[in-house]
Ligand binder design. Structure first.
Ligand SMILES: O=C(O)CCC(=O)C(=O)O
Ligand SMILES: [Fe+2]
Length: 293
């Protein structure tokens, strides 16, 4: 089925215009219970300190350090071979998802680039707010530089797919390609957890819904310990960008991708996208400097 008119909209036009778009049904029904069972195990391991690649409460951007028994708001590397949860790779390489991503990036399967797949979760002990931000432009970035940075194409897309109802994310529609207004700049620098960003909307995802968003849209998220969140958080790119995405992706530290253990887990549909990512890594290696430090 063409995705073009899902929800009565053309998804790539909506994403370009608004900086985000919500799409239904990118998780096949039979996969949903398996994904839920896998995230349950992964979250349990993360909270017990048995999986050290985690986003720790109190720190928003990478690098996160490996610590024991800390509260976490995200779990990294769903496709890491040591996690041994094959359903994540199966979903990341599944047809409806790849078709949507290809449509959004206007590229062929051969041009897709294998990237990140993490999990966003409710913290166990403490509520946690992410500040208003753009992923690839710091709050302090001067206006001229911000204008230039926002002109750079992404050659990729990222998304959140909710396994349970998720209303944690806030965005300012259509803020992804323009510099911040004076008021927005002031909030991002001086009151970054503001609940009153002009034009903000709360993104409400029902289970199984996906929001694709431009990672330079002004966004924040509110993490509540009391409300279960298991949301798949991933991205893919296209080879059209050359090594453009390298820093964004490899700042997460992906050395484990270039191992035989990992290659043994690859599903057929992701073999070419994976080779594309390795080729891109030749320029930088599989780790890079953090953007937000
Ligand atoms: O929690 C979310 O939905 C957004 C996460 C986010 O903004 C980020 O990881 O940069
Ligand atoms: Fe972000």
């Amino acid at each position: 089925m063409a995705l073009k008119d899902i929800n009565g909209i053309n998804i790539e036009v909506a994403l370009k215009a608004n900086g985000y778009v919500i799409v239904d049904n990118l998780i096949p029904d039979e996969m949903m219970p398996r994904l839920k069972a896998a995230t349950e195990r992964v979250v349990d391991r993360a909270r017990k300190g048995e999986w050290h690649h985690c986003r720790t409460v109190g720190k928003q951007f990478p690098p996160w350090t490996e610590e024991d028994n800390v509260d976490v708001w995200g779990v990294q590397f769903m496709m890491h071979p040591e996690l041994q949860e094959a359903v994540f790779m199966e979903w990341y390489g599944s047809e409806p998802l790849l078709a949507a991503v290809q449509q959004l990036l206007d590229c062929s399967r051969e041009q897709l680039q294998f990237e990140l797949f993490n999990l966003l979760i409710n913290p166990r002990d403490n509520d946690f707010d992410l500040t208003w931000h753009r992923d690839a432009v710091t709050a302090e970035c001067p206006e001229d530089e911000e204008r230039e940075k926002l002109k750079i194409p992404h050659y990729g897309t990222q998304w959140n797919t909710a396994l349970y109802e998720d209303d944690c994310l806030y965005v300012v529609p259509n803020s992804h390609r323009r510099v911040r207004t004076a008021e927005e700049r002031d909030i991002t620098i001086n009151d970054p957890k503001s609940h009153n960003m002009p034009g903000q909307i709360r993104v409400n995802l029902k289970p199984g819904q996906t929001v694709f968003y431009d990672n330079n849209i002004l966004h924040r998220a509110a993490y509540f310990k009391s409300k279960k969140r298991h949301t798949l958080h991933a991205c893919m790119g296209t080879t059209e960008g050359g090594d453009h995405r390298a820093n964004n992706i490899f700042q997460h530290g992906l050395g484990w991708l270039d191992t035989d253990d990992f290659r043994a887990t690859l599903v057929e549909s992701l073999k070419v996208p994976y080779e594309n990512t390795l080729a891109m890594s030749k320029a930088t290696g599989l780790s890079a400097k953090p953007i937000h430090g």
